[in-house]
Structure formats: structure tokens, C-alpha cells
Write a protein that binds this ligand. Structure first.
Ligand code: CO8
Length: 260
């Protein structure tokens, strides 16, 4: 465990709980993304770990998504390094050999939603103040194809189409209706329900489950692997545009104003 990631592995069950604790809102900056990736890699190599529950140690927020400051007012080299780390975490999580369950105990916009979407199962707290979704268009930016495909593979084409264009954020009950999450439970039961669900997954012969998971996901993973550099170039040129920087600047000041 690092200071921003708390990992507790129960050696009797093989279930690890990974808690994100990057104050205030678990926004995903380059360092934090790298740390999450390293922790996931360690658990993947650890034979005593059989599944990972992803959750937040921060109140009310699962993750605020990508750190907007990593995409604003920086140089192209920085954007490229940042985007590479975003690709890295998605590749690690979407292709993860072990079972992952997202225990979504707070809001989960954009990149936060993406992390949750990579899990094998999503359980969300029933608090209607928490919302989840890919809201990128609301910031004037565009979720890349692999965000889109992850969403598409979860909710289906028509829902993904509407969801992405409007940049919709869903309450837990609405998220459940479209299968963006699998289960909604009272907040204090999110973690225990995740553990119970993990036990059900663990009862399935591991090798068969793992191959089935890979069969469902490999085409999308391979698609990004085949064009990582082009995807980075694309991101860097998009995010460097004056018009996009202006949109992000406006969104950031809207976030600040909302408080006062
Ligand atoms: N990045 C950076 N800073 C953030 C972010 C973020 N994603 N989210 C919040 N913050 C900051 C706020 O500005 C605020 O800063 P300060 O204290 O300096 O004023 C602080 O964190 C706390 O935020 P709030 O006061 O708003 O806290 P609340 O508890 O009221 O709300 C929320 C928390 C719900 C998370 C709210 O802050 C929010 O909605 N944040 C915006 C989330 C968002 O829209 N994220 C999208 C990021 S983009 C992304 O993830 C995918 C991009 C894909 C790339 C596209 C290719 C071009």
C-alpha cells in the first residue's frame, strides 16, 4: 500500500480491498494512476489474491475522474505521458485476469465511471446525490473509442449513444435501469455486498471464468493495443487546441464558482 492507495488482502478468502484515498476527490493524476497500476500489478502476481474490490476511502466520491489540471495549460510531452498512463490503467483493468468488483460508494463521473466500468460487477450506494456516467461532452471533450466501447459493452448501443452525446450522469436507480450498475444497496452495505458477490464469482472454476472474461473483452483491448501511439497523438492534438483549452478553462471556473 502507498499513502494514496490502501490495500487490505484477506489471506483466508483471497479477497483484496483496494481503497482510493487521494484527497479531496480521488481525481486521477499521473502519479495516482501510476500507483494504482503498480498496486494492481502486484495483486495480479500475488498467488494468494483471487479478486479485488475497488472502492473509495474519500467521503461521497468514488473518483472525480481524470484530473482536469493534467489536461489544462500543460505542454504536449506532459499530455502524452499523462494519456499513456490513462491507457495503461484501462489496459490493466479491462484485461485483468482476476475478478474485480467496483464498490461505488460515491459519485463517479467520466474517468471514475470508466474505472467502475472495467470491473466484472458494479455495486452502488443508493444515495441519489451520487451520480455516475460518462459526462465528457459536458466539458466539451470527447470520450475516446475505448471509453465508448467499454460503455457500449455494458449498456448496449442505443443507451451508449444517448449517454455519450448528452454526457448523461445517472442516479443509482437510473444507472441500475440501464445496467450501468448491477446492484444498488444501502451505503453501509456496499462493501459487505461486494464481498458476498465476490464469493459467488470465486465459486466458479477460475480458469473457465477467466477465459470467458477475456473472450468478451479481448477484441477491445487488442484494438487499443494496435494503435496506442496514434491514440496518444490524437489525444495530444485534440487537447492542445485553443478551443478545447478554453472549454476546459470554463469548466474549471464553473467548478470553483459552484462553491461560492
Ligand atoms: N480534476 C481536477 N480537479 C477536480 C476534479 C477533476 N476531475 N473534480 C473536482 N476537482 C476539484 C474542484 O475544482 C475543487 O477544487 P478546489 O477545492 O480547488 O476548488 C475540489 O476538487 C473539490 O471539488 P468540489 O468542491 O466540486 O467537490 P464536491 O464534493 O462538491 O463534488 C464532484 C465532487 C462531484 C466530483 C465534482 O467536483 C465534479 O463534478 N467534478 C468534475 C468531475 C468531472 O467532470 N470529471 C471529468 C474529468 S474528464 C475525464 O475523466 C475523462 C476525460 C477523457 C478524455 C477525453 C479526450 C479529450
Amino acid at each position: 500500500s502507498s499513502s494514496k492507495i490502501n490495500v487490505e488482502l484477506d489471506s483466508s478468502t483471497g479477497i483484496a480491498v483496494m481503497r482510493f484515498q487521494n484527497p479531496l476527490v480521488n481525481s486521477l493524476n499521473l502519479d495516482f494512476l501510476t500507483e494504482i497500476c503498480i498496486s494492481l500489478e502486484k495483486l495480479e502476481l500475488d498467488k494468494s489474491c483471487r479478486g479485488v474490490i475497488l472502492t473509495s476511502a474519500q467521503p461521497k466520491i468514488f473518483s472525480a475522474g481524470l484530473d482536469i489540471l493534467e489536461m489544462y495549460g500543460k505542454n504536449p510531452e506532459h499530455y502524452a505521458a499523462f494519456w499513456k498512463s490513462v491507457q495503461e490503467i484501462w489496459l490493466k483493468l479491462y484485461g485483468y485476469s482476476k475478478i474485480t468488483i467496483a464498490a461505488i460508494n460515491g459519485s463517479s463521473p467520466a474517468g471514475g465511471c470508466l474505472i467502475a466500468l472495467t470491473a466484472d460487477y458494479r455495486i452502488m450506494a443508493d444515495n441519489p446525490r451520487y451520480t455516475i456516467g460518462l459526462n465528457e461532452t459536458q466539458l466539451g471533450i470527447v470520450a475516446p473509442f475505448w471509453f465508448k466501447d467499454t460503455m457500449l459493452n455494458t449498456v448496449g448501443h442505443r443507451t451508449a449513444e444517448l449517454s455519450l452525446q448528452f454526457g448523461l450522469m445517472y442516479t443509482p436507480s437510473d444507472a441500475l435501469k440501464i445496467n450501468l450498475v448491477d446492484l444498488v444497496v444501502p451505503e453501509e452495505q456496499v462493501l459487505s455486498t461486494a464481498t458476498e458477490t465476490m464469493t459467488k464469482f470465486l465459486a466458479i472454476p477460475g480458469h473457465a471464468r477467466e477465459i470467458s472474461k477475456s473472450m468478451m473483452r479481448k477484441p477491445v483491448v487488442d484494438r487499443l493495443l494496435s494503435c496506442r501511439d496514434a491514440d496518444i497523438k490524437n489525444f495530444v492534438s485534440f487537447i492542445s487546441k485553443d478551443s478545447i483549452q478554453k472549454s476546459l478553462g470554463q469548466y474549471l471556473s464553473m467548478l470553483k464558482q459552484k462553491k461560492s
